[in-house]
Ligand binder design. Sequence first.
Ligand SMILES: [Zn+2]
Length: 119
Amino acid sequence: MSDPKPYSGSCHCGAVRFTVNLDLSGVMQCNCSLCRRRGWLLTFVPADAFTLDAGADHLTEYRFNKKKIAHLFCRTCGVQSFGRGDGPDGKPSVAVNVRCLDGVDLSTLPVKQVDGASF
Ligand SMILES: [Zn+2]
């Protein structure tokens, strides 16, 4: 783990905007039925490291399987920039779509493959 840094991010149309403190050493790609369709790269942060700056009224929630994670997507452009749920430690956490962050060179990131389809 490296030190968390502040990033800003948004959905495609810009209605949903957020700031988050995270480090990019733990980025994951998951093969579960939703993640493989969505094609996002994600990392988890404690809920208090994430601030939704705009767009709460644009978010639509989708839950599936055990329905523990609220997948939140923009009702205008359809992009899911984050989701909310409980982390492995039971504390509120946010799954951030690293593809939605500003100023991140995705080609330089180490990406861990997660076998979510088997969970
Ligand atoms: Zn949008």
